[in-house]
Design a protein around this ligand. Structure first.
Ligand SMILES: [Zn+2]
Length: 237
């Protein structure tokens, strides 16, 4: 297997994947060779993380960490106090659903457009665990979550050392099965693709972030949503 002579670009991303490279992989790289080939060919993969923090700067200080359930519960109690919710509730089943998932992994995706057209709840409501807690207690809490925080998409350059072989094999399958125009193939390969990182991601993976103002459809509220906050303490002009 000869290597492909391409410019010295060691970052794999939706936007930099070329037709030539795609076909090289499909024609020349066998499944059992792919992980080694990919790790020799690339150093980084571009991914995105969507959230709705009150304080964007915390990510620049702490990086990306899995949920810490005691802290999540503390924040949830704070939320109940803020909205003046004083009724009995039972959320014992909610955390069980996320046990071993959101409290163990950090989730990133390969296509930032997914936050606009497929999974906008991450940037509208933030933490999936917190959204589920709110959902199980009262619709008013969900409305409250919808109106706090700054919708944010982080652009990350993740070292391949943080990505498992299993994730790369999934990528191989996506590439192998792609067909149609380059635009269609980019969509098939990168869209709706979540990568699981364990246990955390350092802040130095952050290339940048932005606060989308696109008109979004909020599946939870069954209505449109548009963020009006375009700057935070980090990106303020
Ligand atoms: Zn910002």
């Amino acid at each position: 297997m000869s290597d492909l002579k391409l410019p010295h670009n060691k970052t794999f991303s939706k936007y930099s994947l070329s037709w030539k490279e795609l076909h090289f992989i499909k024609k020349n790289v066998k499944k059992h060779e792919f992980v080694c080939w990919f790790r020799a060919r690339y150093d980084f993969i571009i991914c995105y993380h969507g959230c709705c923090p009150k304080d964007v700067a915390q990510y620049y200080q702490n990086g990306f960490l899995p949920s810490d359930f005691p802290k999540t519960m503390q924040a949830f109690q704070g939320l109940l106090t803020e909205v003046g919710y004083h009724f009995p509730y039972d959320i014992s089943d909610v955390l069980k659903i996320y046990q071993g998932k959101t409290n163990r992994f950090v989730y990133v995706i390969l296509d930032e457009e997914d936050f606009i057209d497929q999974a906008s709840h991450y940037i509208i409501y933030g933490s999936e665990t917190m959204l589920s807690l709110a959902q199980n207690v009262s619709p008013s809490l969900k409305s409250y979550l919808r109106n706090i925080g700054i919708p944010t998409v982080f652009h990350l350059k993740i070292p391949l050392g943080k990505i498992t072989d299993g994730e790369l094999l999934n990528l191989y399958e996506q590439i192998r099965c792609s067909n149609g125009t380059m635009e269609q193939r980019r969509f098939q390969i990168f869209s709706n693709y979540t990568i699981i990182i364990e246990p955390s991601l350092d802040a130095d993976c952050i290339v940048g972030h932005y606060h989308p103002t696109d008109l979004l459809y909020d599946q939870h509220a069954k209505q449109q949503y548009q963020n009006k906050t375009t700057f935070c303490s980090i990106c303020a002009p």
